[in-house]
Design a protein around this ligand. Structure first.
Ligand code: CO
Length: 361
């Protein structure tokens, strides 16, 4: 049974928004937050900043989620009409090959495929090897460089986005789609703002949809400078470790067991007073909370944390399978509970609590 949230998540994940080319996602976020926000602005890099005023000012609480997804960029077209590309974001070579892609030209979308040589002509040794990305190309059906450039309008620098459509799995609560990283965070942020708009809170809340996270938290850096947050709450796709081939020491989240907070990733250590507050708020709200201690990963919370003279930050996530590929999976209950948690956490924050969290002995 599809409801408006499922439809919003479908629209958000189907929207093309590779790193640096987040326009279609920004339009959705603006449409959803403009009727709610007291002010909407963009910074000089393209992040969208929606401010929601509580009564009488209050601490500056920054929510952030990134709009960009992994993509590619056209490098050149070969004389035979095949498109060579540059990767945008952290792709595995295995995830790039034999997939559908959309090239976003100034004249519109052009579909293509990263073809792979057929197994019939491969040696036994070649069959066991990973196909390296430098050998890859996108076949758009062009007959020559002129055909690709003149008829299809493909130019160097055009962004390329994975082609993959939202679909519920087994007709139920698992949602299969591209770009959960980080459209799931964008969805949580929109729904938390909708809830905060109708409920009492004592903060100046900034919901920031950032750009260019996947190439180094670039939009979070500039937008955090714009906001100057007292507290940073980042909303992300988490790392589920509940399928074959991944171990519980690599990732501890499971789908359907609630949202999680990161206690370590390579970019950030969370503020432990914020961690404890989050645990307390989750318990009171009846939200199951998971934890993840990751050896890798990076996220926008790190940029908020290091903005100005520093701000306590935490990263709240919705567990996600198969990140950084054409196809990820989330659980709808985890999404709904993340919205409940983030809303309750912001409502719990006030001048006194923020002063306590920001205090160091
Ligand atoms: Co992300």
């Amino acid at each position: 049974m599809s409801d408006y949230i499922e439809q919003l998540l479908e629209e958000l994940t189907n929207a093309p928004g590779p790193t640096g080319f987040e326009g279609p996602v920004r339009a959705i976020v603006r449409r959803e937050l403009a009727p709610i926000a007291d002010e909407i602005a963009t910074d000089g890099l393209g992040s969208l900043i929606a401010r929601l005023d509580g009564p009488g000012g209050g601490p500056r609480v920054m929510l952030a989620a990134h709009m960009d997804e992994l993509g590619l960029l056209v490098r050149r077209v070969t004389p035979e009409g095949f498109v060579k590309f540059q990767g945008l974001g952290g792709w595995l070579d295995q995830s790039l090959i034999n997939q559908r892609w959309t090239i976003l030209t100034s004249q519109g979308a052009v579909l293509g495929v990263t073809g792979i040589k057929t197994v019939h002509v491969m040696t036994a040794e070649a069959r066991g090897k990973v196909f390296p990305r430098d050998d890859m190309f996108i076949d758009v059906g062009a007959t020559s460089a002129e055909d690709a450039e003149q008829r299809l309008d493909i130019r160097p620098g055009d962004p390329v986005v994975p082609e993959s459509r939202f679909v519920p799995l087994a007709g139920g609560k698992l949602y299969l789609a591209k770009a959960w990283d980080d459209r799931v965070g964008i969805g949580v942020m929109i729904e938390a703002m909708r809830a905060l708009h109708t409920q009492e809170h004592k903060n100046t809340v900034f919901a920031v949809a950032t750009v260019q996270e996947e190439v180094g938290l670039r939009g979070a850096e500039t937008s955090a400078n714009y906001v100057s947050p007292d507290i940073g709450i980042n909303l992300e796709s988490g790392v589920a470790g509940d399928y074959p081939g991944i171990t519980v020491d690599e990732a501890q989240e499971k789908l359907g067991k609630g949202p999680a907070i990161f206690l370590h990733d390579i970019s950030m250590l969370p503020n432990l007073k914020l961690r404890d507050l989050c645990i307390e708020v989750a318990r009171e709200a009846g939200v199951p909370l998971q934890f993840n201690v990751l050896a890798g990963y990076g996220q926008d919370g790190a940029a908020m944390q290091r903005s100005g003279s520093g701000a306590p930050a935490i990263n709240i996530v919705v567990p996600t399978r198969y990140l950084h590929s054409h196809h990820g999976v989330i659980h709808r209950d985890d999404f709904d509970q993340a919205v409940t948690l983030v809303t309750a956490l912001v409502r719990r924050l006030d001048a006194e609590t923020v002063t306590r969290v920001r205090a160091f002995d």
